[in-house]
Design a protein. Structure first.
Length: 754
């Protein structure tokens, strides 16, 4: 049913009009009505079973809407349902205030893009922006106005399962991708019919959880916070993000979600953020759980008092106790008003008062748009990383390949191809690696044979995240483990090449899925070793969202292509990469350790005592990575030359231009990611041995060259200094390296003076 045709854009209000409209509403609202605007309820649809976490029942949600006790919902993505609930919200409010609908549109809604860590591996802000623009278009079409994305938590410990959702280890790369994602979601105007509000999360430091255990406490120095963990959020705010989500854990001994310095001082006063802050799910009440607030009213007062505006709650929201907190004098009404105003302003900017409903027929058309699937395919191609290619095994030649054995438990798993954090998908249109190869190879030339080899690995401890049907792979019936493994190996033995698709099942990664090991789970390595032992050339295709322990594979498997969780068109993309229709050009957005004992392992460490022994810090393992940050191979071959500076001495505040020529000396057209690393030799703090300070993804035809110019200015040459308690730019000599990864050797230097 269509209430209003949402293609007619409402005129964009000026910021003065936004403020005036919010103030006019605010002046007429009771305390209870105001508090209702600060509560966001989950509205779980049929996707979720009732034996999952304690959830509101649908009638509770409807009751709360009809009485103005909530002004925001999350998890509703059916357009008929968003319209129905929206009507209840408007009718339940004396002032006709529409509800705000939020959802985790993390890497797509119906069209699923590669997981965020994969998108980061594209090193391509344009691809990232286009992906989130597609996600926004689909989300807005069904009535979602706010996404809980991008996740911008720097992650340096791959045991932490949520690494898959973020930008990796590096603040410079993460900041570029943060801004791109905000632009993709929001465009120029969140009131436009295909845009939604972006909600960078989790503010801040969540990725540094102790031991990589999800939700565990975090201790971060001011230097780490300012130089590493905050910059991506700042970039998102500068790109105009309309929302920020608080983090669950304690940060330096205080719940992050009640830290006034974060939300009021840094976010609003220092960075000028004008949007609203939402808690993570149930994190309002968590202030009691943390042993911080005595009761729900105090939790609400301390959360809102810190600058948090909206509580995302399952049952019994703490913020519903705000009237009590006001009566007790724990909080003043002006603080509550400021939060309510921010929520109302967001609704005005979104144009919800003019266009609260969606056109359900149009939603169906938007969700089915083939152009979205094409964008997802291209993104999957651009994010895959070629980790090894001994003897040029790849690309495979489809004109001469007579048989290929496609093996492994992930080779034909549609759910796993999509990765975690997807809900409203159509599995039938998801292309697995097996399906992609079948589609790409001519059956008259190449016979494609398939065997999974092993059964899915089981989660050791049950999780609340298993409630979504299909999330946990079904245990196959009548699966004779040894016989299946033998069958897979014999298919390999009788084929020209074996493509073995291994990794982590998607439910092994993501929220609540930290791991104590980085091994290939189950009997996967056993399968891989047995296949390699047949002597048939092997291509390992990896599906993962974090580095895995590939020590054996990196020495014994000739070709390794990491496709991550590549999304709806992942298999099509994988097949095109494997057969050379396109050259892989993704680059690692993190340092790939050899083993779990090395973590955290980062390229941008500082130099300390006995630097010549940096690579031999362990008794039993090299302390170098298996693959460096920024690494990735290509079907092209790249040479860097002519590294020059436009000056060798700059004054503070000035910029230096760094030029280099990138030549593709190979015989295939390919993309390269030119990377610039910087080191300050000495100064008023110890600075990392190398830090990424520029990158450019370029297409270079075979035999062709491209000139690249990087500009290094105060933003790249300054840093937050712990002793000074502020950002400083030292007078110092700097080394520069340019090349294809963090071990680049082509170098030059310059000096910052006066
Ligand atoms: C908890 C997660 O930490 C957060 O990232 C997510 O947005 C909410 N749940 C809602 O699903």
């Amino acid at each position: 049913m269509t209430d209003v045709d949402d293609r007619t854009p409402a005129p964009r209000p000026t910021e003065m009009q936004v403020r005036a409209r919010a103030d006019a509403l605010l002046s007429r609202m009771t305390v209870e009505e105001k508090v209702g605007q600060l509560v966001q309820y989950f509205s779980f649809g049929p996707h979720f079973t009732s034996d999952g976490p304690a959830l509101q029942q649908p009638d509770e949600v409807e009751h709360a809407l009809a009485r103005g006790r909530t002004g925001a919902l999350l998890f509703v993505t059916d357009p008929a349902e968003t319209n129905r609930l929206q009507r209840l919200a408007i009718e339940g409010s004396r002032h006709g205030i529409p509800a705000l609908f939020g959802f985790d549109v993390v890497h797509g809604l119906r069209t699923i893009f590669p997981v965020p860590i994969a998108m980061a591996a594209s090193w391509d802000p344009g691809t990232v922006e286009r992906g989130q623009a597609v996600a926004a278009r689909e989300a807005r079409a069904v009535g979602v106005h706010l996404t809980f994305a991008p996740m911008l938590d720097i992650a340096r410990d791959p045991r932490w399962g949520r690494m898959v959702e973020g930008p990796g280890e590096d603040p410079y790369l993460a900041s570029a991708l943060a801004a791109a994602q905000v632009r993709g979601f929001q465009g120029d105007d969140v009131g436009a019919p295909d845009r939604i509000i972006a909600g960078p999360k989790h503010f801040v430091g969540y990725g540094a959880a102790l031991g990589g255990r999800d939700y565990d406490e975090v201790d971060l120095s001011e230097s780490a916070l300012r130089n590493v963990y905050l910059p991506p959020f700042r970039a998102a705010v500068e790109a105009g993000a309309g929302n920020v989500m608080s983090a669950y854990m304690d940060l330096n001994g205080i719940p992050a979600g009640a830290t006034r310095r974060l939300f009021t001082e840094i976010l609003r006063e220092q960075w000028g953020f004008t949007g609203f802050v939402v808690t993570d799910a149930d994190a309002g009440r968590d202030l009691v759980t943390h042993g911080f607030a005595a009761d729900a009213a105090e939790a609400a007062a301390r959360g809102v008092g810190a600058g948090v505006d909206l509580e995302m709650a399952t049952t019994d929201p703490a913020y519903a106790h705000l009237p009590e907190a006001l009566e007790r004098g724990d909080l003043d009404i002006a603080t509550v008003d400021a939060s309510v105003r921010r929520i109302l302003e967001a609704k005005v900017r979104l144009g919800l008062f003019e266009r609260p409903f969606v056109d359900e027929r149009r939603a169906a058309v938007v969700l089915a748009d083939p152009a979205h699937r094409e964008e997802a395919r291209v993104a999957a191609e651009r994010s895959a990383v070629l980790l090894r290619n001994e003897g040029g095994l790849l690309p495979l030649d489809p004109t001469t390949l007579r048989s290929v054995a496609v093996l492994g438990p992930l080779a034909d798993s549609r759910r796993d191809t999509l990765g975690p954090w997807v809900f409203d998908v159509d599995l039938d249109e998801t292309v697995t690696v097996l399906a992609g190869l079948r589609g790409r190879l001519d059956p008259a030339v190449t016979e494609v044979r398939f065997a999974p080899g092993i059964r899915p690995a089981r989660r050791v401890f049950p999780s609340m995240f298993d409630v979504h049907p299909g999330n946990v792979p079904a245990d196959p019936e009548d699966f004779d483990d040894d016989a299946e493994l033998r069958r897979a190996v014999s298919l390999a033995a009788g084929s020209d090449v074996a493509v073995v698709v291994l990794g982590e099942w998607q439910h092994m990664i993501g929220e609540g899925a930290s791991r104590s090991s980085l091994d290939l789970p189950g009997r996967q390595e056993e399968l891989l070793r047995a296949v390699v032992a047949t002597g048939t050339p092997v291509v390992l295709v990896l599906m993962n969202g974090r580095p895995l322990d590939l020590r054996w594979a990196a020495e014994n498997v000739p070709a390794i292509l990491d496709v991550w969780y590549p999304g709806t068109r992942g298999g099509t993309a994988a097949a095109r990469l494997l057969t050379g229709d396109v050259s892989p050009a993704g680059r690692l957005p993190f340092t790939w350790p050899r083993s779990v004992g090395q973590v955290p392992l980062i390229y941008s460490h500082t130099r300390s005592h006995s630097p010549s022994a940096q690579g031999v810090r362990y008794w039993d393992e090299a302390s170098t990575p298996l693959f460096p940050f920024g690494f990735g191979l290509s079907y092209g071959r790249f040479a860097y030359s002519g590294l020059t500076l436009d000056r060798i001495s700059v004054r503070r505040g000035e910029s230096v231009a760094v030029s280099v020529t990138v030549t593709n000396t190979g015989n295939r057209d390919a993309d390269e990611v030119a990377q610039l690393y910087l080191h300050q030799r000495h100064g008023t703090a110890s600075r990392p041995v190398r830090e990424l300070a520029g990158f450019r993804r370029l297409h270079v035809p075979a035999g062709g060259s491209r000139d690249v110019v990087f500009r290094l200015g105060p933003a790249e040459l300054s840093y937050w200094n712990a002793a000074a308690g502020t950002v400083v730019q030292d007078r110092a000599p700097f080394d520069v390296w340019v090349g294809g990864d963090a071990t680049a050797e082509l170098t030059t230097s310059f000096v910052v003076t006066g």
